[in-house]
Design a protein around this ligand. Structure first.
Ligand code: ADP
Length: 242
């Protein structure tokens, strides 16, 4: 009797969980379209420069807020997809993938190139290329976002003595206080809210990274010093190499 009940409960819980992730995915998807339309109109209005300055400022604020909403929706959608979708398992060519990710992120930087890529390992990973790409570009995006404009960011792909491999993203930016490190991979958590007010973000990026890594049997190690910089390391076990 008790056993049967427990089995039923679990099925029931799984159904609820599934409904929840489907719901988030559907709602995020539906919210995207009107928001894109809104942003289009706002851009048009902003281009009409001759209005009173109070208009200009209002349009700027509205644009900033819609952009924020867009990021939030995109991240929620990605997270919901990760939770509901079975991951692909293919041999992902890491050198190519990292080359692309670094190149794309660096192009977004208006001034000098800041990203260096060092490929000390030739290992490839069994997993889902899109997910890995999302995780790596999130880490790189953060490194660029939370460090000063011209400061370099180093990306490394290397072997460890025990046969595992790691991806490391190092920056020389603002760093993270020790007590906040354990919390930054939580959903919606943003460290040092006051200082980060001007830096756009949803607090979902690292939650996504963590999720992707768990799905690839990998660990995330974070080392950081306030005012000095941070190092995010994803360690993949040797069973994942291909
Ligand atoms: P977001 O960047 O959207 O706020 P994340 O989940 O990617 O969300 O990161 C959570 C928080 O962790 C950030 O708000 C920031 O405070 C901190 N953080 C992440 N990466 C770095 C980094 N490279 N340097 C300093 N702080 C970081």
């Amino acid at each position: 009797g008790l056993r049967l009940l427990m089995a039923q409960d679990i099925t029931h819980l799984k159904a609820i969980e599934r409904m929840r992730t489907d719901f988030v995915a559907n709602v995020s998807h539906e919210l995207r379209t009107p928001l894109t339309v809104l942003r289009g109109y706002l851009e048009t209005l902003q281009e009409m420069e001759n209005g009173p300055s109070v208009y200009t400022r209002s349009f700027q604020n509205m644009s900033a807020q819609t952009e924020r909403m867009q990021m939030l929706i995109d991240d929620l959608l990605l997270l919901a997809r990760l939770e509901s979708k079975a991951k692909k398992s293919e041999c992902v060519q890491i050198a190519d993938l990292l080359g692309q990710v670094c190149h794309e992120s660096d192009l977004l930087e208006k001034d000098e190139r800041r990203v260096t890529l060092s490929l000390a390992s030739t290992a490839n990973l069994r997993g889902d290329a899109l997910e890995l790409r999302g995780a790596f570009s999130n880490l790189l995006g953060n490194a660029l976002k939370y460090s000063p404009p011209r400061s370099p960011v180093h990306v490394r792909w290397d072997n460890l003595p025990d046969g595992s491999v790691y991806l490391e993203v190092e920056d020389f930016g603002q760093g993270i206080a020790n007590h906040e490190i354990p919390r930054i991979t939580e959903r919606f958590y943003r460290a040092d809210v006051k200082r980060n007010q001007k830096i756009a973000g949803t607090g979902l990026g690292l939650a996504i990274v963590k999720h992707v890594l768990v799905r690839h049997d990998a660990k995330l190690e974070i080392e950081s010093q306030l005012g000095k910089g941070s190092r995010f390391r994803c360690v993949f076990p040797k069973q994942r190499l291909c």
